[in-house]
Design a protein around this ligand. Sequence first.
Ligand SMILES: Cc1cc2nc3c(=O)[nH]c(=O)nc-3n(C[C@H](O)[C@H](O)[C@H](O)COP(=O)(O)OP(=O)(O)OC[C@H]3O[C@@H](n4cnc5c(N)ncnc54)[C@H](O)[C@@H]3O)c2cc1C
Length: 380
Amino acid sequence: MTSHSYDVIVAGVGAMGSAACWHLARRGLKVLGLERFDLGHAMGSSHGMTRIIRLAYFEGSHYVPIVRRAHQLWSETGAEAGMQLLHVTGSLDLAPEGAGPVESSLRSCLDHGLTHEVLSAPEIARRFPGFQLPAGHVGLWQPDGGFVASEKAIYAHVGLAQSHGAEIRTNEPLLDWTPTAQGGVVVRTERGTYSAGRLVITSGGWIADAVPALAANVSTVRQAIGWFTTRRPELYRPGAFPVFILSVEEGTFYGFPLYEHPGFKLGGPHFGREPMDPREPDRTPSPRQVALIRDCLARYLPDAAGEPLSLKGCVYTVTPDDDFVIDAVPGVPQAVFASACSGHGYKFASAIGEILADLSTTGQSAFDLKPFSLSRFPQA
Ligand SMILES: Cc1cc2nc3c(=O)[nH]c(=O)nc-3n(C[C@H](O)[C@H](O)[C@H](O)COP(=O)(O)OP(=O)(O)OC[C@H]3O[C@@H](n4cnc5c(N)ncnc54)[C@H](O)[C@@H]3O)c2cc1C
């Protein structure tokens, strides 16, 4: 059994935790990152190669300042790590004219002066012939959107953190933690006991185990993604095709240009909630989810509607209002946490790592975190 002491322990080295390790280590702090599985595993929320980054944000204008900072950090961190993490392809929000998603994305563009265009269905078909949309659909085009290479980004953050002295221990989950009378924490794993001045909890689908105050307000659901043989790959290459969110009567789906896989990637339905316990080892998508994805391809992206090449399941950690929770553990200011998912958190990870480093070192953030407080829930 080992017993060591650190400035900060980060529990959960996925999207948010790896970024937190980097932002803490680069400030000269002695950091320990504990991870339940291997680095870059496929049991959490961050595998599957890519995640969309959109600046036009239908989930709310208040996200835009944070996603702008994240966009900048993905470029800077990629350059520092010698990897391309951010791929700018432009983003399209697609929905029937007058419907919520396009209207809300438009509002965020107007509120924050983001470059944008509203495109009609014929204009979308002319620019991006890979789509076959219903006649009444429109698209909100925002040229700065794109995708982040999600598994590479975890490796990049961890590599940079290690180069600044961080210790990363994989296959070593935090079992429990306790605050100390001196204002620090003691963390227990199967291999040892570690003490630290601060604790950052970023354990994704398992977060309520370490932050019981979250239990009433987070749940976990299964989400499906697949890669499908394309008949006309030239229509779906970066440069010819953007990332997109498509709202249709069957649900909300999202897709990517081709990237490091021969198949076209589509995920969803985004708001289709199939409960799932992350402790359950099976990550196979349900037949219903796969059928919905294939039906969406056949109707709206027919040249990408070939046979599945890869199908994967993934965990969404959702809150009742689909907003994140970024806060200190009630009554324990030295322990901060981020539950930033509800299916749209990855794009923010670079900035949330920085926010967690700020909160755990100064107790403050440059961003307005009120919309993400735990106390907004009546049962917190
Ligand atoms: C299929 C799918 C598609 C998505 N698409 C998008 C998208 O296009 N754009 C977007 O912005 N977002 C998207 N999201 C959401 C985004 O991926 C998540 O918000 C993000 O991955 C959450 O990161 P995290 O660090 O909270 O979780 P994870 O990356 O899962 O990290 C949590 C880590 O904690 C570890 N852990 C758990 N318990 C412990 C413990 N006790 N001790 C130590 N370690 C522990 C886990 O093993 C895991 O590695 C998508 C999510 C899914 C599932």
